[in-house]
Design a protein around this ligand. Structure first.
Ligand SMILES: Cc1cc2nc3c(=O)[nH]c(=O)nc-3n(C[C@H](O)[C@H](O)[C@H](O)COP(=O)(O)OP(=O)(O)OC[C@H]3O[C@@H](n4cnc5c(N)ncnc54)[C@H](O)[C@@H]3O)c2cc1C
Length: 591
């Protein structure tokens, strides 16, 4: 114990330029937290920029006066801070900041050897490559750069590596979807004379099972980082200049001085202004994956891939699911014939699907979340829980990119060229934050390009397609040109469709709702696009992606001997449908 005198100070919203009010979008501290001087306390956002408010002094947060979503003006109370004499700001440095130290080759090999406490108490670390964010983009870039001989620092604000995908996205959702698919599948066995008692579901065990899968993967990443001598720093990183990032974490501040940087800070769920997002009954995908309870009345706002995947899980676990989608079709972007096959199945399982309809109002009441719908299917209803899955916004505005001169667009995306380079030559960006489909496999491929360019290799991100998969039941997958795009852009195509009702394998697994569709160039007969709906569509689409990348044509695919009876032979059969050589059905030209 020391007897230093303690005092409290009020921390107020500083000048906010021309704005009367700005929104509080993030509160980074809680009562009881010890903060360092200059450590960010909250993030404010106007329609032009975001701004973090730093602590004027070190101390302990006593109370926080604001909430996320509140609008505040200059002078509003943010929090009270208990400061002691020991926490008083240091006197200004007598000498200017020393120039950035140049790492020597020896120091690089030593890892920690070039980490030095700076005069201000901030640990300083010099590296060749720093990666900001450890999602699938970030850890891939870090590992590839390390494998190519670079000294790499990886910054992640959370305790585990893997980002959204491993912790609260692809992996946990697929673990739950697998369970959901089995729960649905066993119901189909009645026609084979096998029936089961209704399942007993232990949510705690299910959650633990999902968390074990996540822990295995994230733990594996931490081990691989160690093996590659990638130094992981826990904390939130913000640019100070084109060669400097300041990281604030639980173990203090670290200033990273770097030659090259890869921004991989990802994205976050979008919120709807005015909706009661602070109410625990209004969830985002992360909350829904936490699987706290199975609500009786469950609304999913947004009929895209994430919303429909969570609908599959909650419906299989017994919730009465409603889905509302503003557009006229579910899963906008996918061809309607594929979506219809999915819709036919889920219409029987869910209580209501409202298309062309938006949520005009959402209020938290004692009875539940009261929702007013407007559009093609207007009405009112009360729900025990609501999942808002209307898309994700990039985190580009939250990293103080302007201090490095990195351009961030008005939505928060960071524009890059085909080498994944931003407008600042030594700074690259990858993954969700650069736009395009927000998918893990896009992020990892972009990551390798960035790392290879940094290592001096002639790499370029120019895939012919990035496949999309909805792991719903049935799954929907597509790649390359869709029929919708072909029609909208006036692109000529020939089509081969093989309905799964004619597939022995599909019939054998009681799933004849599927179809496999291939689009071909009428001149060259090369494949242009593919769409598949049915169980395992996500596994099957890979063959079509390879066919497109290799420039395969109708005959290449049709003459490839696929094993029988499989679902993948529907790809060969769809090519035969287009070619006219099909014998399992009447060729379309003979009908
Ligand atoms: C429910 C759900 C299911 C999904 N399912 C799939 C799927 O099946 N297949 C698929 O391909 N994609 C899926 N996605 C999308 C996929 O998760 C993302 O496209 C992918 O994670 C993007 O990777 P990334 O590296 O760009 O960013 P992220 O995974 O978002 O990682 C960014 C990381 O950066 C960290 N970070 C951000 N700012 C800072 C900072 N200033 N300092 C330090 N760290 C910072 C974050 O904490 C985070 O860990 C799903 C997403 C969700 C939400």
């Amino acid at each position: 114990m020391n007897d230093t005198r303690a005092d409290t100070i009020d921390v107020l919203v500083p000048g906010i330029g021309d704005f009367e009010e700005v929104e509080v979008i993030e509160i980074l501290v809680s009562p009881g937290d010890r903060v360092a001087r200059e450590m960010s306390l909250i993030t404010l956002e106007s329609d032009k920029a975001t701004m973090e408010v730093p602590a004027p002094q070190a101390g302990v947060v006593r109370s926080v006066a604001l909430a996320v979503g509140e609008r505040v003006g200059e002078g509003a109370l943010i929090l009270t801070l208990e400061v002691s004499e020991a926490d008083a700001p240091p006197p200004p440095p007598a000498t200017p900041t020393p120039p950035r130290p140049q790492p020597t080759d020896d120091a690089r090999r030593e890892g920690e050897a070039d980490a030095a406490p700076a005069a201000s108490g901030v640990r300083e670390l010099v590296t060749e490559v720093v990666v900001l964010g450890a999602g699938p983009g970030g850890y891939t870039a870090a590992f590839r750069a390390a494998d190519l001989g670079k000294k790499v620092v990886l910054i992640e604000r959370y305790d585990t590596l893997g980002g959204v995908c491993l912790n609260v996205g692809c992996i946990p959702s697929k673990a739950l979807l697998h369970t959901a698919a089995i729960l649905e599948e066993v119901k189909t066995l009645g026609s084979m004379g096998v029936t089961f008692e209704p399942p007993r579901i232990d949510l705690d065990q299910m959650r633990a099972g999902k968390e074990r899968v996540v822990a295995k993967l994230t733990g594996g990443l931490a081990a691989m980082a160690k093996q590659r001598q990638v130094e992981v720093i826990q904390g939130t990183g913000r640019f100070e200049s084109p060669n400097r990032l300041l990281v604030e974490g639980r173990r203090g501040q670290v200033r990273v001085l770097f030659d090259q940087c890869v921004i991989a800070c990802g994205s976050a769920p979008m919120k709807i202004p005015g909706f009661p997002h602070d109410d625990p009954r209004v969830m985002d995908s992360t909350d829904a994956l936490a699987l706290q309870e199975i609500p009786q009345r469950f609304l999913i706002v947004g009929g895209g891939i994430i919303g429909l995947e969570m609908a599959s899980v909650y419906s299989a676990l017994g919730a009465a699911v409603d889905v509302v989608e503003m557009k006229d079709q579910l899963m906008p972007g996918a061809d309607l014939d594929l979506v219809r096959a999915l819709e036919k199945v889920i219409k029987k399982r869910y209580r209501e699907i409202r298309l062309g309809t938006k949520v005009a109002q959402m209020k938290a009441t004692a009875q539940g979340i009261a929702v007013v719908f407007e559009g093609r299917a207007p009405g009112e209803a009360v729900y025990d829980q609501v999942l808002v899955a209307i898309g994700r916004r990039p985190n580009g505005k939250l990293i103080n990119a302007e201090a490095a001169g990195v351009r961030v667009d008005e939505h928060g995306f960071i524009p890059v060229d085909a080498h994944m380079r931003t407008n600042v030559p030594n700074i690259f960006a990858i993954g969700d934050v650069v736009g395009g489909p927000m998918l893990a496999h896009k992020a990892t491929h972009e990551a390798k390009v960035a790392a290879e360019v940094i290592a001096g290799l002639p790499a370029l991100f120019d895939p012919l397609t990035i496949p999309s998969v909805a792991y719903t039941d049935p799954e929907v997958a597509w790649m390359g040109l869709t029929e919708t795009e072909a029609k909208a852009q006036g692109i000529a195509y020939e089509k081969g469709v093989f309905p799964w009702a004619a597939s022995g394998r599909a019939l054998g697994i009681h799933r004849d709702e599927g179809l496999t569709k291939l689009l071909f160039d009428p001149e060259t007969k090369r494949i242009l696009g593919a769409g598949i709906v049915g169980p395992n569509a996500g596994e099957l689409i890979g063959e079509a992606v390879l066919a497109l990348e290799m420039g395969a044509d109708m005959e290449d695919i049709g003459l490839t001997v696929h094993p029988h009876p499989t679902l993948n032979e529907t790809i060969g059969l769809a090519a035969e449908m287009a070619h006219g050589s099909i014998t399992d059905l009447l060729p379309p030209k003979r009908r």
